[in-house]
Design a protein around this ligand. Structure first.
Ligand SMILES: C[S@@+](CC[C@H](N)C(=O)[O-])C[C@H]1O[C@@H](n2cnc3c(N)ncnc32)[C@H](O)[C@@H]1O
Length: 260
């Protein structure tokens, strides 16, 4: 497919970054990521279940439990960043009381359209905004919690997004990031590689007609920093009490940090 072949010419002196296993100009990555999610948006939720064998649900349950929105009328503002089709946002809205308000922000209009449709169907009162995690059109210190699930590895300048998340959190606010991580259990790592590089692109091709989009998603998982390194990046953005909890043998990790 044209997506992997385009925009890979290296301009002398220009910063490069990873797009899966390719090196691409930093300034080109976001458009390439957007192409991936344009292609998969309509089948995104089905593919999430198929690819993870439904495991994204318990992983997201752990995330939502950690958000711990108040049950009562107490005001609680959550920003679910790179929120896509709204999955995490809806779960927090369901768990929280009437004081909980959820904003789902994503850079991709196609993903948000699917999300708005889901919200209308289920009667969720959630605000959707089209926004880049690197430049949030949101005021300083406006959220009690910010979540990002399976989104941060797609953002070209992760440190810029972390600074933005820190900026929009209230003092005492909680940042929670669910992301694929590093499997280091002997045996499980080989099985996981076999599954990721063979089964996932094949299922992606069958369901969305786009194996390459899913190859990118798998490759981008392998290029994402190890959890200790990512925890250091969270600390460098100014967060305190930074920790992470690996799940399912390190397939994913839940990272946590506080704006104090
Ligand atoms: C794998 S999906 C995750 C969606 C959702 N959080 C979930 O767990 O189902 C990644 C999302 O990140 C979004 N994304 C990528 N780059 C972004 C950016 N710079 N700012 C905001 N969202 C971005 C994509 O559009 C996509 O919807």
């Amino acid at each position: 497919m044209a997506r992997s072949k385009r925009k890979t010419a290296q301009k002398p002196g220009s910063a490069q970054t990873d797009f899966g296993f390719q090196r691409v100009p930093l300034g080109d990555k976001q458009a390439m990521v957007d192409g991936v999610f344009d292609s998969v948006a309509r089948r995104y939720d089905l593919m999430n279940d198929l690819m993870s064998g439904g495991l994204h649900r318990p992983w997201k349950d752990v995330l939502v439990t950690a958000v711990n929105p108040p049950k009562g009328k107490q005001a609680f503002a959550l920003l679910d960043l790179a929120g896509g089709t709204g999955d995490v946002g809806f779960r927090v809205a369901e768990k929280g009381g009437p004081g909980t308000h959820v904003t789902v922000a994503d850079i991709n209009a196609e993903m948000l359209t699917v999300g708005r449709g889901r919200a209308a169907k289920a009667g969720h009162d959630v605000t959707f905004i089209e926004a880049n995690a690197e430049a949030l059109p949101l005021p300083d210190r406006s959220f009690d919690a910010v979540t990002i699930a399976f989104g941060i590895r797609n953002v070209p300048r992760i440190e810029v997004a972390l600074a933005e998340i820190h900026r929009v959190l209230k003092i005492g606010g909680h940042f929670l990031c669910l992301e694929f991580s590093s499997v280091d259990i002997p045996g499980l790592d080989r099985l996981y590689d076999l599954y990721s590089f063979n089964v996932i692109p094949a299922v992606g091709r069958a369901v969305t007609g786009d194996a390459e989009a899913y190859r990118y998603l798998v490759e981008s998982i392998r290029k994402f920093p190890h959890p200790e390194k990512f925890a250091d990046m969270i600390r460098a953005a100014g967060f305190r009490r930074v920790s992470f909890q690996p799940m399912t043998g390190g397939v994913v990790a839940l990272h946590s940090g506080w704006r104090l």
